[in-house]
Design a protein around this ligand. Structure first.
Ligand code: HEC
Length: 131
């Protein structure tokens, strides 16, 4: 089952905030990568992550203005640091795909995927479940 926030975006609803919007694109890019690995053609991967990168500017604005805050007890600075490190791993994934190196893309996807729960556990805000 997909998470509610993602389902809403996939169904065409406006994402509730820029981080969720970026995450929906990230989800999509990961799926594109998986399909590329399955078919042996990772040509579509760089463009998919380019969209994530473009969304990052909007996330940065929301962080700087205080419109979006990470989980209570954490700071915007530590979130940004983890986000930067994660985007660096995304760049390596894009480089591997640009070289059409499917095994290297698969290996790096493993690194990238490990970063999802690492950040969510620490920074995803606690929200009341939807009614
Ligand atoms: C640097 C931190 C960070 C990383 C890395 C990260 N996420 Fe997220 N993600 C978040 C935060 C924070 C939220 C919650 C945003 C909110 O609800 O305001 C979130 C939420 C989501 C959601 C929406 C789900 C929901 O209902 O809350 C999806 C989908 C998602 N992330 C996918 C991914 C995937 C896939 C990866 C790895 C490829 C990933 N994320 C990596 C920070 C991150």
């Amino acid at each position: 089952m997909l998470p509610t926030a993602l389902l809403a975006v996939l169904a065409g609803a406006e994402p509730q905030n820029p981080v969720v919007a970026e995450m929906a694109l990230l989800h999509e890019a990961v799926v594109v990568t998986l399909v590329g690995i399955e078919t042996g053609n990772v040509d579509a991967v760089p463009a998919a992550f380019h969209k994530v990168h473009e969304a990052k500017a909007e996330t940065a604005r929301a962080l700087d203005s205080g419109a979006w805050k990470p989980k209570a007890g954490t700071t915007v600075a530590t979130f940004k640091k983890q986000d930067e490190a994660f985007h660096h791993e995304l760049e390596k994934l894009v480089k591997a795909a640009a070289k059409k190196d499917v095994p290297a893309t698969a290996k790096q996807l493993g690194v990238v995927i490990t970063g999802c729960p690492a950040c969510h556990a620490k920074f995803r805000p606690e929200r009341a479940p939807s009614p």
